[in-house]
Design a protein around this ligand. Sequence first.
Ligand code: FAD
Length: 325
Amino acid sequence: MGNVLVVAELQAGVVRKVTLDTIAFARQAVDVIGGQVHVLVLGDGVDAQAAEIAAGHGADVVHAGNGAAFANYIAENFTPAVVQAAEAVDAEIVCAPSSMFGKDLMPCVAAKLGAGMVSDATEVFDDGGVRFKRPLWSGNVITTLEVTTPRKVATVRTTEFEAISGYADASVQAFTADVGARDDAEFVSFDQVKSDRPELTDAAVVIAGGRGLGSGENFDMLMTLADQLGGAVGASRAAVDSGYAPNDWQIGQTGKVVAPNLYIAVAISGAIQHLAGMKGSKTIVAINKDGDAPIFEVADYGLVADAFTAVPELTEKLKSLGIGS
Ligand SMILES: Cc1cc2nc3c(=O)[nH]c(=O)nc-3n(C[C@H](O)[C@H](O)[C@H](O)COP(=O)(O)OP(=O)(O)OC[C@H]3O[C@@H](n4cnc5c(N)ncnc54)[C@H](O)[C@@H]3O)c2cc1C
């Protein structure tokens, strides 16, 4: 069969970086199964986004599925469109980022296609059959799965893949999906936390705070540092549970998985469940007043210091050196 279909994720009409990372996974997949990388972009007026995705990121064909039914994401409308696209391009693997979007949509797609599914795939390879790797138990175990159905559905751990640039441009085609008229589900509203900072999982720099900060107000100094570096702010679960930071800032096993170029952990002890969400970061900096904190075992640079002194000093130093904004 061959061919891989990537379902693009947009956020408020913007192509998310995780979509491009998923296309990099798809390229690895076609090296194994053959065929082409197809990308399906659904929305109401997504020609510009389809052209953006087609511009050298590793896709062969981008399908622009425009329609009022796709103006806002709901699985009930997206699922039939993805199923029809998978059948139209004869996709052996159908995949999406392992984000809230992908985690919501892809099980529905797998059910409708009668396909086996892999969550959080980090690698696809041929070992006498098409096999996938995925992490378990906070990343302490890597399991190998074989999906034996003709079509296979996957969500992709995008932190393991780097968006491609400079690849030959893809062709863009219109895609018409028939989702029928529905009266069982409709989009009502999407309450998004508005922020000028980058999305946590897309950011090149993440400043994360832990319970050691002691209050929500004390996260302000992390925001100042993040703004200086054009980064996002995250938190440990203990900080979220203590009410210092919102839920969608949580990084770790039960939060978001991030792999920025620079991760600065401030007053975070480095519990295994936190490391599961950030240990793939390219450079890890830890600031903690306890020199024995486990975070220092994964840190590239460690500073044993009081965060309330070190963070403002670091921000001032960056400003005086003209680093960041
Ligand atoms: C099933 C399960 C899932 C979980 N999922 C997650 C998850 O997704 N993400 C996650 O983060 N955790 C998760 N946890 C919780 C995890 O085990 C830890 O409890 C949590 O990560 C600890 O957060 P913390 O490091 O902020 O707090 P603490 O462990 O309390 O550490 C606070 C740190 O701050 C330092 N500190 C204190 N004051 C200062 C100061 N002034 N300056 C500098 N340093 C200071 C201390 O030395 C200490 O190292 C999970 C746990 C379970 C059981």
